[in-house]
Each structure stands twice: as C-alpha cells, then as structure tokens.
Design a protein around this ligand. Structure first.
Ligand code: ATP
Ligand code: MG
Length: 479
C-alpha cells in the first residue's frame, strides 16, 4: 500500500486554500498523523504569498528529514554589521527551535541552514519560524546525494507540482570538491527539467531574469540541498538587536500591536501595566495583560511585566485636578512611574499604542502635552495606522482574542464629561499644581509587582520576582 492518502487541494476564488484528504483504504495511525501534519502545515502558511503550497508541501512531508534554508534581507548587512546580525539571527533560531531535534545550524554564505534530525516535526518547525524576526523568507529543502543524476531527479520532484510559465535553476557550490562548477550544474539540471516539462506536455520556458519559479541547488559539505518553494518569513530584524524599551501595555488592541512592531525591529521590551481594582472583587485587567505578554514574549524570548495598582493615584488626580484634564494626567503619571522602572531596566525609550486622533487624549497637541512629562522619548509606532489595520495585525499576531476579552479598564474610570482636546504642556503643569507628584510616583513604585517571562522549548514560563527598589536610584529617577 504505497499511498493511502489522496490530498485534493482546491483554491477558492479569493485564493484561500482548502485541503481535503480522502483515505483510500483503511487509515493507519501513521497516515492520519501525516494528514494532520499536512493540514496544520497548510494552516501555518495560509494567507501568505505562497504560490506553491498544494502538492509541493505534501512532497515536503514525504522527504527524509528536510532541511530549512533561511534567507535574510540584505538591507541590514550594510557596513560592518553583518557578523553581529547573522549571529543574532542564528541565536534566535537556536532559541526559537529549542526542543525540536536539530542536527546543526550552518551559515553558508548569505543564508542559514537548519538541518533537522529524525523525529523533528516540520509542522512545529514552521510554526516556530513564524515568530523569528529577521527571516525574509525560508524554504523546505530536499537533502540529497551530491550527484548530478540525483540532483536532476530532485529538481524535477521539486518543480513538477508547481504551476508556472517560466523557471530557472540556480546553483551554489560552497563545497568546492564537487567536480562540476555552478554554471555547469545549472545548465545540466535546467536542461533536464525542461525536457521533463516538454515530455509532460507543459509549455514552460527558461527565463534567467525574474522567473516565476527558481529551483535552487546548494552543494554544501553535507548532503546537497534542492528547493523551489519560497515561504515568506516574518521579516524585520533579529530579536534583541536594537536596544531596550519600556512598553505601556493596556489591555486594548493597540499597545500589544505597537509592542509587536517594535520587537519586530529588534527592540527588547519590558511591559508596564496599570490596573484598577475592578468593578467586581477580583476582577481587573491583569489577566488580559498577562495573556498579551505570554503571546508576545516568543518574539523576544524573555520579558518583564510590571503590574502597577493605579486606582488610588487616579483618585488623587480626580480630587485635586480639573476634570477636563483627567485622562491626560493619568497618562502623564503612567509615564512618570514607568520611567523609574524603565531606568531600572536600562530602557532608553517608551512604546505606546497611541494612534493620531483615535480618541480625545490622542489629538496631536494632547499627545505632545502628555509626552512633556517624560524625560525619555516616546515612540508611537501606530501613530499613522487606522484602527482596522491595527485589528488586522492583532489577528495576525494572535493578540486580538486576548484583547477582546472583557476586562475592567482603569482609564475610563472617572471619565470627564468634556475632555480637553488641545492641551498644552503648561496647562497640564498648572493642572497638576495641587498634586504631590514625587509622592504619587513613590506610591506607584511601592505598589509595583514584577513577573518575569521566558520562552523555552516552545512554551512560555512565568515567575513572580521580588522587585528590588534601591532607594537612592529611585529618588534620583523621580527627581
Ligand atoms: P484601545 O485598543 O482600547 O484603544 P489602547 O491600548 O490603545 O487600547 P488607549 O486608551 O487608546 O488604549 O490608550 C493609549 C495608550 O496609553 C495605550 O496604547 C497604552 O500604551 C497606554 N495605556 C493606556 N492605558 C494603559 C494602562 N492601563 N496601562 C498601561 N498603559 C496604558
Ligand atoms: Mg488606543
């Protein structure tokens, strides 16, 4: 019984991919496991610019221990940064794939090759790669003997299931002991593929410049690699290459997406969440903040979450400041308290989920007036992003459903009936004149609790950590 599964892959008009698998004979355990794995793999790459899924992916699952070839963008290789960024990406692959049997990660020329060991799940590997920033695209490669006949067969096996009009074969020979030069390999294998296409009655032709499909052959010191299917990666820069930032994380959609945007560019974030005690006993926004950090931490492998009780501070603001400025003063107090925590973590800037004009507190003037209370710069990666775009990103990164959970948000508490729309820094300074700001910051820090998160072997672990509050440092930061 060579094949007991018949995958039928249909593409709908909006190019979503549907797979139905028919069991031709009684299903064995192995068969149903394979079918499950294929469906999961397709789900993993669903919605991407993946011109070749279909039978090609099925082929990948039949291969013996495929290797994954990871390509990164040339852009960040400018200047002398190459070694730093490539080693950070290799390290991210090592951490991100922890727990999956990997034989080794090689760095030939301008790409990385992950050689999987027996028992490695391709589905899990693809799922993990989705959250390793710095990958421009990757491919599942066929490891084969470095022999011209074998390379020809492997190239045909890669190319045959794909639909295309033009193709090219590109070879790289990092193992110079292989008898044939790259150009020879390209000509011989290209000829073979063209002949097989003709035999199959297909009309495709060779096009060296910008072909629909490129079949790549890499002659390395291990088995040679052959692949033709490019899967877009998450893009961005490798994790933890850009410095540290403090993210003001609410439970809403925006700040989690803003955090993702900065992590994707290599920033390492700590999170500060301000919470009220909740309308009902025990109810608050903490579970949502925790869920968001859990979802975000795989992009940077570790994170701290500072939990700051805020209601008593809000009550002071309500009592001693003009009603119209309340929300703006809440935000200024959040920045002041988070700044102490940011300095503790050597973070050099804030990230918030503000979006220009989204609500009254986010008019241009109000954002400038709020920011004036912070000594560190405030980055707002969503400033120019529409809510619908933010929601779409939240869905993509898996934070949407967590943010959509009901929770008790501290900010709408004591909401002003008519909020200030165009405050100036001087007006807000005056509005705060009756508040003892250093004392409120001290109060915030005194109530702060800390959780530490780590992403290990595909799972997120968290622990409660005692927060050391070295007094002199704190006072210096508050002043
Ligand atoms: P939403 O999707 O509901 O707009 P949001 O996170 O953007 O959620 P806003 O009220 O728009 O909430 O707040 C603007 C920004 O202020 C947030 O993106 C976040 O950076 C910060 N912020 C607001 N509330 C909190 C909070 N409770 N703790 C920490 N940061 C907060
Ligand atoms: Mg918002």
């Amino acid at each position: 019984m060579p094949w007991i599964l018949t995958p039928t892959v249909k593409e709908s008009r909006n190019s979503a991919i549907f797979v139905s698998i028919q069991l031709r004979t009684s299903a064995t355990h192995r068969a149903s496991r394979q079918s499950h794995e294929m469906q999961s793999c397709l789900r993993a790459v669903e919605g991407r610019d993946w011109y070749t899924s279909k039978n090609a992916l099925w082929g990948a699952l039949r291969m013996n221990q495929p290797a994954v070839v990871v390509h990164y963008h040339e852009l960040w290789l400018k200047g002398g940064n190459r070694r730093f960024f490539v080693s950070k990406l290799a390290n991210a692959l090592r951490l991100g794939l922890e727990g999956i049997p990997v034989e080794k990660i090689e760095r030939p020329n301008d790409r990385l090759v992950v050689r999987l060991k027996a028992g490695a799940s391709l589905e899990e590997t693809l799922r993990r790669l989705e959250r390793i920033s710095g990958i421009a695209y990757y491919a599942i490669a066929r490891p084969v003997e470095a022999d011209l006949g074998v390379l020809c067969d492997a190239a045909w096996a890669e190319v045959e299931p794909l639909a295309f009009d033009t193709f090219a074969v590109r070879a790289k020979r990092s193992d110079k002991s292989f008898a044939h030069r790259s150009s020879e390999i390209e000509t011989i294998v290209g000829r073979h593929v063209l002949d097989r296409l003709r035999d199959a009655g297909r009309n495709a032709r060779v096009k060296l410049n910008d072909p629909d499909v490129t079949c790549r052959i890499e002659i390395t010191s291990g088995p040679a690699l052959v692949y033709a299917r490019k899967i877009p990666g998450p893009g961005g820069l490798p994790a933890n290459t850009a410095g540290k930032m403090m993210c003001l994380l609410s439970g809403g959609f925006d700040s989690a997406v803003a955090a993702y945007q900065m992590m994707k560019r290599g920033a390492h974030l700590s999170f500060a969440h301000f919470y009220g005690t909740g309308a009902q006993p025990g109810e608050s926004s903490l579970h949502v903040a925790r869920g968001l950090v859990r979802q975000l931490v795989p992009w940077q492998f570790s994170a701290k979450l500072y939990r700051i009780p805020f209601e008593s501070i809000q009550r002071e603001i309500v009592r001693y400041a003009p009603e119209s400025c309340r929300v703006l003063l809440y935000r200024r107090m959040m920045l002041r308290i988070a700044e102490v925590l940011a300095r503790r973590d050597h973070a050099v800037a804030f990230v918030t989920g503000d979006s220009l004009g989204q609500v009254a507190s986010q008019t241009l003037r109000n954002m400038v007036a709020v920011e004036a209370a912070a000594k560190l710069p405030v980055f707002r990666p969503l400033a120019g992003t529409d809510k619908l775009e933010i929601i779409a990103l939240a869905r993509k990164i898996g934070t949407h459903d967590i943010s959509a959970e009901p929770f008790h948000d501290c900010c709408p508490v004591f909401m002003p009936r008519s909020p200030a729309l165009h405050a100036t820094p001087a007006e807000l300074d005056a509005a705060e004149s009756k508040l003892d700001l250093p004392q409120l910051v001290r109060q915030g820090i005194a109530g702060t609790a800390l959780e530490s998160y780590r992403y290990v072997a595909g799972r997120v672990e968290s622990t409660e950590v005692p927060l050391h509050r070295p007094k002199e440092k704190q006072d210096a930061a508050i002043a």
